[in-house]
Design a protein around this ligand. Structure first.
Ligand code: SF4
Length: 175
């Protein structure tokens, strides 16, 4: 059975129209998700280290948007926590230190897909620099273990648990 030429052309035009609609829809979804026209330059491939700040980190994703570099971190948690913000603050400092560009913001992607935009504010920057300073001070005295106050759920999967004197143990763990 042969196809009439006009029918073939009509089919091709329809497919082209559907393709353009899909491209537009995909662009709309990316914009809604905060990605805009960015290009992924790293998917968990780049470890950033600053000896000057004593910080290191590996963003799950780094997106480039024009002159901007936007870090992204994926979490299984369904709620944004203060330590997620602090981790993003570390990435902001590392990107500024290593790549010479201060990100304006980043994204924490929660376990349910929610994208939380984190602004690179002076307050977050000061908080993370203060924490880094405290860690550097503690590291001066390596013979004295840093005091930590973990929750049992944090210690349970930790490989150091059998040897750690500061582990938080539940009655189930100490059996
Ligand atoms: S077992 Fe020790 S090292 Fe591991 S998370 Fe708990 S406190 Fe930290």
């Amino acid at each position: 059975m042969s196809f009439p030429l006009w029918l073939g052309l009509l089919l091709a035009l329809c497919l082209l129209g559907i393709g353009l609609l899909l491209v537009r829809a995909g662009r709309g979804l990316r914009q809604k998700a905060g990605l805009e026209a960015g290009r992924t330059v790293s998917l968990d491939q780049v470890t950033l280290t600053s000896k000057r700040l004593g910080l290191t980190g590996r963003p799950d994703r780094i997106v480039r948007q024009g002159d901007s570099v936007i870090p992204e971190e994926w979490k299984s948690a369904r709620t944004l926590r203060p330590w997620h913000r602090a981790q993003m603050g570390v990435y902001f400092l590392l990107i500024e230190d290593r790549l010479g560009r201060r990100p304006s913001h980043g994204f924490i992607v929660l376990g349910d897909g929610t994208r939380c935009r984190i602004e690179n504010t002076e307050a977050l920057r000061a908080q993370v620099l203060g924490m880094a300073e405290q860690i550097r001070a503690i590291r001066q005295d390596l013979a004295t273990p840093a005091r930590v106050f973990p929750k049992p759920a944090q210690c349970r999967p930790c490989g150091m648990l059998p040897h750690c004197g500061q582990a938080a143990r539940t009655s189930k763990l100490s059996r």
